[in-house]
Ligand binder design. Structure first.
Ligand SMILES: *Cc1c(COP(=O)(O)O)cnc(C)c1O
Length: 375
């Protein structure tokens, strides 16, 4: 059996929560969605109810739409991400500008962003790589000083925090993913949160196909009345999946603790080996470790990857730099333009990381890695 690099943790209460919705009156948008949106808002410490959507990708598209991104606008983002961080902005007609990352965390480097800002910059889109929060205070200040807003792609980092401020309250708008390998799952799902009521309203309108049923207009015209006021999409998360999400929320704290324990165990087991770079943890950050991003130097990543795969360990690479992808090459982005991210991406290998991973399994991975480097 291959040990996966990431996996959901499902218990009987999760199954029961979903089954209970299946037996009820609602399958899609009903009271369970509202409750889940309250749960997400609570973890993110935002006042306005979260806007749940069908995936992390849909959350990004919804957030960019809420930010009223349009053709001519530029979005500065990181190449060290799942490519949807960039392509969802392109659906709104925006142009992508890649800035480089910091060598320690792999997160967007505010100094590199500062060099790329123009009067066309509308959004800075950072990613909490591996679950470590971005330098949101610096990036937000840069954005606001230049008439832009900060989006945080927190697909990796729900329940993380920086200087005591929960992820979700750090940026102008934040997106989550609830894909099975992420930190909490609804099978497929995502959410958008913001401290700004206007952004939340626009996000809700967009994911609800762009139409409104206002009580005062229904009084005037009749109970059937609605108005289409914008172009939206149907990105509604159904009650069936929200039920899984709310039930998973009960164990979110446990998931975080276990992910930190696994990180500590890898850190201890792999310490002091010259060829390896272990994940950094900045002061003030409380990461929600989604990945364990090990880096191996001397160009041996491919060899280590094959060695671990042959040993039954389902390692992964996060990520191929987005600007190296054919789509972005065709748009004129050049290799070599983000050297820190490119080096990071060449060296990175994600070791198995999920709450149900046992200490013995972690030790097995450590032994295989140590054996490979001859430590
Ligand atoms: C997973 C992920 C997404 C997309 O989320 P889906 O739920 O898979 O659509 C976006 N950004 C990042 C950084 C991700 O890891």
């Amino acid at each position: 059996m291959v040990l996966p690099y990431g996996k959901q943790s499902i218990d009987d209460s999760d199954i029961e929560a979903v089954a209970a919705v299946m037996r009820g009156d609602w399958l899609t948008t009903g009271p369970v969605v509202d409750a889940f949106e309250d749960d997400v808002a609570k973890v993110a410490a935002v006042e306005h109810r979260a806007v749940s959507v069908t995936s992390g990708t849909a959350a990004l598209h919804t957030a960019y739409a809420a930010l009223e991104l349009q053709p001519g606008d530029q979005v500065i983002t990181t190449p060290l991400t799942f490519f949807a961080t960039a392509t969802c902005a392109m659906w709104q007609g925006a142009e992508i500008v890649f800035a480089d990352v910091s060598a320690d965390t792999g997160n967007l480097d505010p100094e590199s962003v500062a060099q790329k800002i123009t009067e066309r910059t509308k959004v800075i889109a950072g990613v909490d790589y591996a679950g470590h929060p971005i330098d949101a205070p610096a990036l937000k200040k840069l954005a606001h000083d230049n008439g832009a807003l900060l989006l945080e792609d927190a697909a990796h980092s729900i329940a993380g925090s920086l200087n005591g401020v929960p992820v979700g309250s750090l940026a102008d708008i934040t997106t989550f993913s609830f894909f099975p390998t992420k930190n909490l799952t609804t099978a497929e799902g995502g959410a958008v949160v913001s401290p700004d009521a206007g952004l939340v309203d626009r996000a809700r309108l967009f994911k609800g196909i762009g139409y409104e049923r206002k009580p005062e207009l229904m009084d005037e015209h009749g109970g059937w009345y609605y108005e289409v006021t914008s172009m939206g999409l149907n990105y509604r998360l159904p009650d069936v999946l929200a039920a899984l999400g709310s039930n998973q929320m009960k164990r979110l704290g446990q998931f975080k603790t276990r992910r930190q324990e696994i990180t500590d165990r890898y850190n201890d087991g792999l310490a002091g080996i010259d060829e390896l770079i272990l994940p950094a943890h900045r002061e003030g950050a409380s990461p929600m470790w989604h990945l364990y991003p090990l880096r191996i130097q001397d160009g041996r990543r491919r060899e280590l990857f094959d060695h671990l795969r042959e040993g039954g360990i389902g390692v992964q690479v996060n990520y191929i730099p987005v600007h190296h992808q054919p789509l972005f090459q065709q748009l004129g982005h050049t290799k070599g333009s983000c050297p820190v991210a490119e080096t990071y991406a060449e060296q990175e290998i994600s070791l198995p990381m999920f709450p149900d991973l046992t200490d013995a399994q972690v030790d097995q991975v450590i032994d295989l890695v140590r054996g490979f480097v001859g430590a």
